[in-house]
Ligand binder design. Structure first.
Ligand SMILES: [Zn+2]
Length: 222
């Protein structure tokens, strides 16, 4: 019989983790209670279907752009299909990463956020709205990522969310430092972003520090 050291319960079957607290169970596994899930198979069928769809779209785009010379009005010299291919490649890579087990939610959210943002900046460069992107879209979406990571820091018990909040904080401060030395004013969204990231990081340290202390007390009966 397997046991959870934290909940002080015995768990039948061959579960890896405690159904109550998700801690690793110890002890010898019993006979399996549940049949092996078939989710894996369905997922791989879905995965193949979307992979095929991505290839169809990518090849259709490339041939429309290069062979049939289908262009976007006002941007006749932009090879839009290469940008599309770039998005699809990264999307595909992202989907592969999401299926990898053992990745924390903060890490998933933050990596999806930063990759999407880099692609967006590249795209905006070719379509000539990169100034607007850098001054408004990047800081505003960074605010979204910071808030998400803060919420995750509050609810995620694994405790690996703080480092992502710290990354957010550093990224939020960089433009201010650069623009300070160049002698230019920082756009308002960036200032808002910087202030928010500092506040939420300190907030997370205060709240998170408290729960960490609680956990030590609970587990060691201090
Ligand atoms: Zn437990």
């Amino acid at each position: 019989m397997k046991k959870c050291l934290y909940c002080k319960i015995e768990v039948g079957g061959d579960l890896e983790r405690c159904p109550l607290c998700q801690s690793k169970l110890v002890g010898e596994p019993g006979e399996a209670y549940f049949p092996k899930p078939t989710g894996q198979q369905r997922r791989s069928k879905f995965y193949k279907a979307q992979l095929f769809a991505v290839w169809v779209v990518m090849i259709a785009g490339l041939s429309a752009d290069f062979l049939f010379k289908v262009k976007i009005p006002r941007f006749e010299n932009v090879h839009w299909s290469l940008l599309l291919a770039m998005w699809l490649f990264v999307l595909e890579f992202g989907i592969m990463r999401q299926f990898k087990p053992g990745t924390g939610s903060a890490r998933k959210v933050t990596s999806v956020f930063f990759t999407t943002l880099v692609l967006f900046v590249i795209t905006s460069y070719f379509f000539n709205f990169w100034r607007f992107t850098l001054a408004w879209i990047v800081p505003i979406s960074l605010i979204g990522d910071i808030i998400t990571n803060f919420v995750l820091a509050m609810i995620d018990k694994k405790g690996n969310t703080m480092s992502y909040l710290l990354i957010n904080l550093l990224v939020a401060i960089i433009p201010y430092i650069i623009l300070f030395f160049v002698g230019k004013e920082t756009p308002i969204p960036w200032i808002a972003c910087m202030i928010l990231s500092v506040i939420l990081f300190i907030g997370a340290v205060i709240f998170k520090g408290h729960t960490v202390l609680n956990e030590i007390q609970r587990r060691f009966n201090v």
